[in-house]
Design a protein around this ligand. Structure first.
Ligand SMILES: Cc1cc2nc3c(=O)[nH]c(=O)nc-3n(C[C@H](O)[C@H](O)[C@H](O)COP(=O)(O)OP(=O)(O)OC[C@H]3O[C@@H](n4cnc5c(N)ncnc54)[C@H](O)[C@@H]3O)c2cc1C
Length: 421
């Protein structure tokens, strides 16, 4: 009787849709619940090279099999807290998606694999013997296994784990802005454990700001972002693009998991006939906020364990593959955002070295691509240090900061011009 009950997935974001697709493709009955189904979830929408390599069906965007077009962005600008800036070429483009179209595409794949999609909000989950009972305003359902993919605002978490602490969350505020750009911008800020980002999509821009919960209020973040956009909102303009301005922009805010090391240590991602994947489980890089890769990958690991008849192996797979990187990121996050090196803040040095050293620029580029992990970061830094020193010195002689604080890396495409001072 039990095995005839379906698997229930609560949440139809990238994690839920991916898990459903894999399970249904292997013949499992899957019910997926999402109160909105596809929607423009507050997000940058940036997918790294690592994610595109792991999930190639997302890489051939714009093809017949994947009509969802992303914006492959090849140029990045980093701005330090003091305003020094560098624009450089990314060795591997970042594919920036609208979340509405990405979610639509992933849910359609799930539907075609045989997932039964329900646009319903799950309001109650209870055990019913060894099974689960799920209640929505429309109906009651029973399931043999429960996958929670309800995102960062997972209201069922406390039924399974201790409630998430505000210290394990980031707040975000942002705007979807009409217009186009081909430049990804990241500005680090004084006193904020986070950053401003501008992620250009195919037909609009997602610009936002993130900071640790409790450190700054959402309202303060919003005002900081608005001031930043007022000042810099047209800088992404290139001769080819139309630039953007934020009149007519649509505001959003959301939360983002950013677990502390101690929280990762005690994290449980599954238990008796249940599992949590993606943001629900807190699987987000605490430094960069990258969550899409981890949502898709944790879904894959969870579905693989279930299909192998060993659902509890999901825990081990996450512990072995995903958590080591995320735990290390959580440990170095404070040092990255607040630490000092060679007499200046880490953030200032990162921007300065990116401007002055091609070897360091390659490292940063690989980091953005998701192929430079945290574990071998130190080794690579030591390896390239002599080159960085030599290039840095040459750069100092050749390329002092401009009066407006900008530096243009020598391999930067020349279509980018310094902003007017
Ligand atoms: C502002 C911002 C910017 C970001 N930028 C990036 C980025 O550029 N790149 C990147 O990799 N990551 C980014 N992230 C992180 C990324 O958005 C998440 O990691 C990703 O969406 C997680 O996917 P998920 O499927 O786990 O959860 P979600 O995408 O949040 O999906 C959860 C789904 O569950 C549904 N749901 C919730 N509760 C219920 C319920 N009770 N009943 C039915 N349905 C329910 C919701 O409607 C939602 O559709 C960003 C996050 C934020 C907040």
């Amino acid at each position: 009787m039990r095995s005839q009950l379906p698997i229930a997935i609560v949440g139809g974001g990238p994690a839920g849709a991916m898990a459903g697709t894999l399970l249904a493709a292997d013949g499992r009955d899957v019910l997926l619940f999402d109160e909105k189904l596809a929607w423009e979830k507050p997000c940058g929408g940036g997918l790294t090279h690592r994610a595109l390599q792991r999930f190639p069906f997302l890489a051939d965007a714009g093809s017949e099999s994947n009509p969802v077009e992303s914006n492959p962005v090849e140029h990045c600008e980093l701005i330090s807290p003091s305003g020094h800036r560098v624009r450089f070429h990314l060795r591997y483009p970042i594919a920036i998606f609208s979340r509405l179209t990405l979610n639509q595409f992933l849910l359609e794949r799930a539907r075609r694999s045989g997932v039964e999609l329900h646009q319903e909000r799950v309001t109650r989950i209870a055990r019913s013997g060894e099974d689960w009972q799920l209640v929505t305003p429309q109906q009651e359902y029973r399931a043999s296994y429960l996958i929670l993919a309800a995102g960062a605002r997972n209201s069922f978490r406390s039924q399974f784990l201790s409630p998430i602490s505000p210290s394990d969350l980031m707040v975000t505020a942002g705007y979807f802005i009409p217009g186009r750009s081909s430049l990804m911008q990241i500005q680090f800020l004084k006193g904020i454990t986070g950053y401003v980002w501008v992620f250009p999509r195919k037909d609009h821009v997602s610009a936002g700001i993130t900071g640790k919960m409790g450190e700054t209020s959402t309202l303060e973040l919003r005002r900081t972002l608005e001031r930043w956009l007022e000042k810099h909102g047209r800088e992404g303009q290139t001769p080819k693009g139309q630039g953007f301005h934020w009149d007519g922009a649509r505001f959003y805010s959301h939360i983002l998991p950013s677990l502390r090391p101690q929280t990762f240590e005690t994290l449980e991602v599954c238990g008796e006939n249940w599992a949590m994947i993606g943001d629900s489980a807190g699987l987000v890089d605490p430094i960069t906020g990258e969550g899409l890769y981890y949502a898709l990958r944790s879904a894959e690991l969870c579905a693989g364990a279930l299909l192998a008849g060993q659902p509890e192996d999901y825990r081990t797979l996450v512990q072995e593959e995903v958590l080591p990187e995320l735990k290390l990121a959580a440990r170095v996050s404070e040092r990255f955002y607040r630490g000092k090196v060679f007499g200046d803040s880490v953030l200032e040095q990162v921007v300065s070295l990116t401007a002055r050293s091609a070897s360091f620029r390659d490292l940063v580029s690989d980091f953005f691509a998701g192929i430079q992990g945290y574990h071998n970061l130190r080794d690579r830094l030591y390896r390239i240090l002599p080159a960085v020193m030599a290039e840095g010195l040459a750069g100092t002689l050749r390329l002092p900061w401009n009066s407006d604080g900008s530096v243009f890396a020598t391999d930067t495409v020349s279509e980018y011009l310094p902003p007017a001072s």
